[in-house]
Design a protein around this ligand. Structure first.
Ligand SMILES: Nc1ncnc2c1ncn2[C@@H]1O[C@H](COP(=O)(O)OP(=O)(O)OP(=O)(O)O)[C@@H](O)[C@H]1O
Ligand SMILES: [Mg+2]
Length: 183
């Protein structure tokens, strides 16, 4: 049986650098994701922990697995809502796709093709940052419109797998750590 990473594989630290000091009690968590199943389990754990008003900034190079992780969050949230999982295509061309769940709506955005930050307002993202759960690929395009309390997940290649570095409010890192079957 192929095992995804367990919580013992993670390294965890309280926020201490200058950037994080501005945001209060942020913590870091580094997870090894050796295969796509591990990515799916992280998405499932996030779906259980995210709440209305949470924005997740998914960074990493082309092919790092941002869409795969967003898809896992969305499909897990739909399963938890008793809905059959929908197809979750990459929003490369539509820029934004929205998904209903029993809880908050989930907005999945890929801002790679954005040419001007003014388009962020046109896409309706600003109210969504408060009213929905937002999963944002290529978040550098947000510029100053980036929510100050956003959850950051940086994905890197790690051999054939991936590594995820999370920076998030302590309550989310704690919630991920406290789950019975953590990632
Ligand atoms: N943990 C993992 N281990 C190995 N492969 C993975 C893992 N997670 C995702 N992948 C694979 O990585 C590939 C690229 O994933 P994905 O399309 O999600 O990348 P992306 O970061 O969204 O790229 P883009 O910048 O083009 O939007 C997919 O084939 C996916 O199956
Ligand atoms: Mg993508």
């Amino acid at each position: 049986m192929v095992q995804g990473p367990r919580i013992k594989d993670m390294t965890r630290s309280a926020g201490g650098d200058d950037t994080l000091a501005l945001r209060g009690s942020a913590s870091h968590l580094t997870l090894s994701l050796p295969d796509e199943e591990a990515t799916r389990r992280l998405g499932q754990a996030l779906a259980r922990s995210l709440t209305r008003g949470d924005t997740v900034l998914l960074s990493g190079e082309v092919g790092a697995g941002k869409t795969a992780l967003a898809r896992a969050v969305i499909q897990s949230a739909q399963e938890m809502s008793g809905q059959g999982p929908e197809d979750v295509p990459s929003p490369t061309f539509t820029l934004v796709q929205t998904y209903r769940t029993a809880g908050p709506e989930i907005w999945h955005a890929d801002l790679y093709r954005l040419t001007d930050p003014s388009e962020i307002d046109e896409l309706g993202l600003l109210p969504a940052f408060d009213d929905a759960i937002c999963l944002i690929e290529w978040p550098d395009r947000l510029g100053d419109l980036r929510p100050s309390d956003a959850i950051e997940i940086a994905l890197d290649m790690d051999g054939p797998g991936r590594r995820a570095r999370l920076t998030a409010p302590s309550r989310l890192i704690d919630a991920l750590s406290e789950q019975e079957h953590p990632v």
